[in-house]
Design a binder for this molecule. Sequence first.
Ligand SMILES: [Zn+2]
Length: 97
Amino acid sequence: MNTQTLNVKRKFERRRKWFLILQLLSFTVFLLLFVVDPGDSLLPGVSSSLILSIILGVLLLNPILSLLIWRCPSCGHLLGRSCNLKHCRHCGVRLEE
Ligand SMILES: [Zn+2]
């Protein structure tokens, strides 16, 4: 395995890790939407409107950050919705074993 291939795979693993963290964070924050009561505070000293603003901010940033992160490390094209990719569908570079 040459250095360039190794670099692509390392970058892909890093991007996948951040993409999964982002999706997990967004899902968790989405679930919080059902817990937060606008009239009552979830955390002492923190207003529910601030919590709702943070939740909405994360949910709005998710698609933007996903578009920036979830790209082929070799050609830069979007990788689609699946996290389990063996190859880039655009350039064909191998992304994992
Ligand atoms: Zn590619």
